[in-house]
Design a binder for this molecule. Structure first.
Ligand code: ACO
Length: 401
């Protein structure tokens, strides 16, 4: 090995690993992921069992506390969240100042950071109890903020929490309840939403979670750290892919539905286009969440009696890609985002809200990871670099340049 490429300015040997493809940043007890076997577990419980048997609120508790709750513990957790399920009217004023064309993820990130100013106690949370309080405060308020970003886009009046409802039902009514009209809550829809949120709840050291841990490692408060995580998730190579997938499927539909043409386009190295919802940094066989979601998409569309051409195109596209040497040799399979957008669409959630839905699901994972990082007393995150710029040179006065 020629180590000259691995030497810092001061001649120390440095590991150079762009994108951290093979660098562990921490030890964690929260989520286990085996990319070769397609295994995902939260706190030792398989994602398949949790998606089938658990609820999003229970999974939030599991991620935060490490164990499944008893009935009493679960009720207390729900009560604790409900204590904080409102947002200051001053935050509503900040929201009002955004243009309605603002992307909901930008608005969500800004408002999450703004919460810091209104909840000073949570900012300095250090003890276990203080961190738990900060966590339930944010979980309570985040659903309200997320729903408000939708109401803003749609130009509709803001809704307020109903503590009689379960977390997911409340989130649903926050998004969809309209004045002078009863809201019908279809159990199929609520179940589907609950399942999607469970599937997104944590995914070890992905881009947004690493961001949350890195920002928090400077002892930045929980809300500001999560706000940074929301911004990271927004990117089209990460959570933003779910919006891009549905937009891509619509384009393919309008273009006549020739999936092979789009597969070929994705293979063309002179074309920036990638098949959105395909490929994953860790999963190199299949993404277990994609399997569950694909099945759920079929069931939900059937139960709701919706025929969506986008789902048919998605299935054809998946088949075409999986038979293609380019995708096979690079181990590129559909990821969680490939089918989730189709379900969100069927549930009446507008495209620009898809990544916000992902953020609501990922919130407990981000919080659990932030707390773990603080409790482990992890040092400030500070990667090194290999300097490749100009050597030392003398400053030239402007008239002589
Ligand atoms: N379409 C076409 N080619 C692809 C795709 C794709 N979706 N994904 C990867 N490739 C190709 C790359 O061009 C590269 O080819 P090369 O070896 O000829 O240069 C090879 O596969 C490896 O890809 P990398 O970008 O190096 O893989 P990396 O692990 O860095 O990226 C990522 C993973 C970002 C998910 C990538 O597969 C991608 O951009 N996918 C599309 C966006 C997407 O769906 N993101 C959601 C990810 S899941 C999540 O965040 C929830």
């Amino acid at each position: 090995v020629d180590f000259s490429n691995f030497r810092s300015q001061t001649d120390e040997i440095i590991t150079l690993d762009p994108g951290y493809k093979n660098t562990g940043s921490c030890k964690s007890e929260i989520t286990y992921l085996d990319g070769e076997k397609g295994v995902l577990m939260y706190r030792g419980y398989s994602i398949e069992q949790l998606a089938e048997k658990s609820s999003f609120v229970e999974v939030m508790y599991l991620l935060l506390k490490g164990e499944l709750p008893t009935a009493t513990e679960l009720q207390k957790f729900k009560d604790d969240i409900n204590e904080y399920n409102f947002v200051s009217e001053d935050i509503a004023k900040i929201l009002a100042a955004f243009p309605s064309s603002a992307h909901p993820m930008g608005v969500l990130s800004s408002l999450t950071s703004a919460l810091t100013a209104f909840n000073p106690k949570a900012v300095n949370a250090k003890s276990e109890e203080e961190m738990y309080r900060a966590a339930v405060t944010l979980i309570g308020k985040f659903a309200v903020l997320a729903s408000w970003t939708l109401r803003k886009v749609k130009g509709l009046p803001l809704n307020y929490s109903d503590s009689k409802l379960d977390y997911v039902e409340n989130f649903y009514q926050l998004m969809f309840k309209n004045p002078n009209k009863d809201l019908q809550m279809d159990p199929i829809v609520i179940d589907a939403l609950d399942k999607l949120l469970i599937l997104h709840a944590d995914h070890e050291q992905n881009c947004s979670t690493s961001t949350v841990r890195l920002v928090g490692s400077a002892h930045t408060g929980l809300f500001a750290s999560i706000s940074a995580g929301v911004s990271a998730l927004w990117g089209p190579l990460h959570g933003g892919a779910n919006q891009e997938v549905v937009e891509m499927l619509e384009k393919i539909k309008e273009d006549g539905g020739d999936v092979q043409k789009w597969v070929d386009k994705a293979k063309d190295k002179n074309d920036d286009f990638r098949l959105m919802g395909f490929g994953h940094r860790v999963y190199k066989n299949f993404d277990p969440r994609a399997r569950i979601i694909k099945k759920a998409a079929d069931q939900i569309l059937e139960k709701l009696g919706i025929q969506d051409e986008a789902l048919e195109i998605a299935k054809k596209l998946e088949l075409a890609a999986l038979e293609d040497e380019y995708f096979v040799s690079r181990k590129l399979y559909p990821n969680v985002d490939f089918y989730s957008g189709i379900i969100y669409k069927a549930l009446g959630i507008p495209t620009e809200m898809f990544t916000v839905m992902f953020a609501v699901g990922r919130l407990p994972g981000w919080i659990a990871q932030w707390i773990e990082m603080r409790q482990n007393n992890e040092p400030i995150g500070r990667p090194r670099q290999i300097y490749t710029g100009a050597p030392k040179r003398d400053y030239i006065d402007i008239e002589n340049r």
